[in-house]
Design a protein around this ligand. Structure first.
Ligand SMILES: [Zn+2]
Length: 88
C-alpha cells in the first residue's frame, strides 16, 4: 500500500486564526467547507491511505486509523482519485 503525506498549506494557521477551527474546517487550507462531501482516510503521521482500504486491512498491517479528514473541493484535488472519499 502506498501512503501519501498529508498536505497542509502554509496559509493553514492564518486561516484558522481568521475563521476559527471547527467541524467545518478544511484540514488542508483552514478555510470553512461549503459541504462535507470530500475527505481522505488517514493513519498516524498523518498519512493518507487509499480510499478502498478497510479498517480490517489496516489491522492486519498493524496500522492505526486516524480517521477521516474533510477537505474542500479544491484541496481534495491534491490527491489522486483512488485516495478520495466522496459523500453524497
Ligand atoms: Zn481546503
Amino acid at each position: 500500500m502506498k501512503v501519501l503525506e498529508f498536505i497542509q498549506i502554509e496559509k493553514f494557521e492564518d486561516n484558522i486564526e481568521k475563521y476559527g477551527w471547527n467541524e467545518n474546517t478544511c484540514e488542508c487550507c483552514g478555510k470553512q467547507l461549503k459541504d462535507k462531501s470530500n475527505a481522505v482516510q488517514t493513519i498516524e503521521g498523518p498519512e493518507v491511505i487509499p480510499a478502498n482500504i478497510t479498517e480490517e486491512q489496516l489491522d492486519e498491517m498493524g496500522l492505526v486509523s486516524q480517521g477521516i479528514f474533510y477537505l474542500g473541493s479544491t484541496c481534495i484535488k491534491k490527491y489522486p482519485k483512488e485516495y478520495r472519499l466522496k459523500f453524497a
